[in-house]
Write a protein that binds this ligand. Structure first.
Ligand code: BG6
Length: 515
């Protein structure tokens, strides 16, 4: 993996030089957490790397009373605290800060949207060509529909049916809370906008390692022949978090892990791992394949939930030597809450490639460590040749795509250590991003914002995918809501989830990896 890397720019996502001459980014919800933790630090890092359009402005819109100056001052502190590079270059910050503006307005006040429009029109008039326009919805999700309607009524986001969209609307997750609300929201969105103007964010798709799944699979010839039911025994997709709900108890207690992690991030990882090669790397070709894959996932009927999924909620415990409280003691969480903070779900894919290969997905809060990975476990060799040499069994080969942390790819295989005895030992071939490329990966939001500015929607979720994903998860959410768990909390913070999750795998003659 080292040597002389010949790098090629593939025509998908992230920085392909379609940068417009001018762009204005409008952030609704500009006084909130997302703006200060993610959006502005990401834009600042793009500025540092000289990746923003020549003529550029960010206009924050929110209810708080702020001047341009006070908006800039608060964002300066945010960049210092949250940007991956800190406030690395004061001169770049000064130049970038001069492009930040603030317009105060309520989400329900047509006249405020009108003022916002006048402000932006003035920016547009100073450009030689019409600037691209990115309208970012970073408000609470219950406002998405109303903000889209108001901004469209004010003429901020005209519907564009022909050619490439100049005006793009970015919608943060969660997109609905179940199939019905997602359909309703899609309907409201489509009343004002063409689908090609809509960029539904899933920040996992902006992660370098997630984009690499496609490159790994489709830019190499050796893996494709074994990437199927003939060679793969099963696949484990893990997104374990050591953090708890981090001050978001109110939101999380309503959501739970299936809405928070499975309906979006885990199903995206599943799609990239299991989908067929797209006909090209255009946004729709990739999204067509992901959509097809989700449609071939066998739906889990309510009466099958008990056999196909396991749920859990954390009690207090120790993580890295420090005591942490149980879920029910978190601020904002109901004392007798039955919200699910850990889930494991077994999915079957009814297509030619994957028939009979189970995909086990799991995610939980307050687990032993933070690790996200996709592990492809291959079948064992058909015959155990080394029995007479006291070798009981050989380990199956496992290919692990490590999404975070310690980003990389590893392949384990069996070797014979030197010596007179026939001994077999597993070793691995490892590629680590940090060794190969240094520690300089952009944050997901940098990649995704740059793609919005350039009008590349490959890494964003299409309306049909969101609905299919809800359709798959809804029965599980519903069944768990109706049948209250009697044994919660049922796993200790700092462990690997409830015992029932281990039994769930044992029933299939398999074991969870402990990465
Ligand atoms: C978010 C969830 O979408 O993803 C959080 O709402 C979760 O609860 C986070 O912690 C995980 O993202 P990452 O990038 O840290 O894996």
């Amino acid at each position: 993996m080292y040597g002389d890397p010949h790098t090629h720019a593939a025509a998908t996502g992230s920085g392909q030089g379609k940068r417009p001459h001018a762009c204005v980014v409008i952030i609704f919800g500009a006084s909130g957490d997302l703006t200060k933790r993610k959006l502005i630090p990401a834009l600042y890092n793009l500025a540092l790397e000289n990746r923003l359009p020549e003529r550029f402005a960010v206009v924050g819109y929110a209810r708080s009373e702020l001047s341009h100056e006070s908006f800039r001052a608060r964002l300066r502190a945010a960049v210092r605290e949250f940007s991956r590079t800190g406030l690395k270059d004061e001169a770049v910050w000064e130049k970038f800060a001069a492009t930040l503006y603030y317009v105060r307005g309520g989400y329900d006040e047509p006249e405020s949207y009108q003022r916002l429009k006048e402000f932006i029109d003035a920016f547009d008039r100073g450009s030689r060509a019409l600037p691209a326009r990115v309208l970012y919805l970073a408000t609470p999700p219950e406002l998405y529909g109303a903000v889209i309607e108001r901004m469209s009524a004010a003429g901020l986001a005209p519907r564009e049916t022909d050619g490439e969209a100049r005006t793009r609307v970015v919608i943060e997750k969660p997109f609905g809370t179940d199939l019905q609300t997602a359909q309703e929201l899609n309907h409201r969105v489509h009343e004002s906008l063409d689908e090609k103007q809509v960029y539904r964010i899933d920040h996992y798709l902006g992660k370098e390692t997630v984009q690499n799944i496609m490159v790994f699979r489709f830019a190499n010839a050796v893996f494709e022949p074994v990437w199927n039911r003939r060679y793969v025994d099963h696949v484990q997709i893990t997104a374990a978090e050591s953090v708890g709900v981090e001050g978001r108890g109110g939101y999380y207690d309503e959501a739970g892990v299936v809405r928070d992690m499975f309906q979006n991030h885990l199903l995206q990882l599943l799609c990239l791992t299991a989908m067929e090669p797209p006909v090209s790397f255009s946004a729709d070709a990739v999204r067509d394949e992901k959509g097809k894959l989700l449609k071939s996932v066998r739906p889990i009927a309510p009466e099958e939930v008990a056999a196909a999924a396991v749920r859990g909620q954390y009690a207090g415990g120790k993580i890295d030597g420090a005591e942490v409280t149980g879920y029910r003691q978190e601020p904002g969480v109901a004392r007798g809450s039955t919200t699910v903070t850990y889930a494991a779900i077994k999915l079957a894919i009814d297509n030619w490639r994957w028939e009979g290969v189970p995909f086990y997905l799991r995610s939980g809060k307050r687990m032993a460590k933070r690790v996200t990975e996709v592990a492809i476990q291959f079948k064992r060799p058909p015959l155990l040749l080394f029995k007479s040499h006291a070798v009981e069994a050989v380990n199956p080969n496992v290919l692990v795509m490590r999404i975070q942390p310690d980003e990389g790819v590893s392949l384990t295989f069996e070797v014979k250590p030197p010596g007179p005895d026939m001994v077999i030992k597993p070793l691995s071939l490892d590629f680590k991003y940090e060794q190969a490329f240094g520690n300089s990966s952009p944050e997901a939001y940098e990649t995704l914002l740059e793609d919005c500015i350039e009008g590349d929607s490959t890494l964003f979720t299409r309306h049909d995918w969101v609905e299919s994903a809800w359709a798959l998860m809804d029965p599980i959410i519903q069944v768990w809501k109706l049948s209250k768990p009697k044994n919660f909390p049922n796993y200790d913070a700092g462990g690997w989830g409830p015992g029932a999750a281990d039994e769930f795998m044992e029933r299939d003659g398999r074991r969870w990896r402990q990465p």
